[in-house]
Design a binder for this molecule. Structure first.
Ligand code: ZN
Length: 132
């Protein structure tokens, strides 16, 4: 079963825009463990302090790589992440984005607006707890 999609950069940006969340909360789904993750997830995992710090890993390496989550286990509920990265030998991905210059870029697929907003709410709740 090949479910790979190839979309244009404009379509990709439109899917992200539909999430209606700030840049830090734009959410993607790991193709292996189905964990929804954003730049804030990576920041929370200690990858970096700012969006710019984690941008290179976003939608490319699963947040679980940075929390020692281990390999993806089929049947396991998403959320914990896994050690998947699109930079590995197995180029398994479900989405490629066409860019003006160069080969199509593999990427984690954007999450649905509902998933992105739920993840944002989760991070907002966590941040509120830290401030309390
Ligand atoms: Zn994963």
């Amino acid at each position: 079963m090949d479910t790979r999609r190839r979309i244009t950069l404009e379509e990709f940006q439109a899917e992200l825009g539909a999430q209606a969340v700030p840049r830090e909360d734009l959410a993607f789904v790991c193709p292996m463990c189905r964990t929804v993750q954003s730049a804030r997830s990576l920041i929370a995992a200690g990858v970096g302090a700012t969006f710019e710090d984690v941008d290179g890993q976003l939608a490319f390496s699963c947040v679980g790589r940075f929390t020692n989550a281990g390999p993806p286990i089929s049947g396991k509920a998403p959320g914990g992440g896994c050690n998947w990265t699109l930079g590995g030998l197995l180029r398994l991905h479900q989405l490629e984005v066409e860019v003006p210059d160069g080969p199509p870029q593999p990427t984690f697929a954007p999450a649905s607006p509902e998933e992105a907003q739920a993840l944002k709410a989760q991070h907002d709740a966590g941040a509120a707890k830290e401030r309390a």
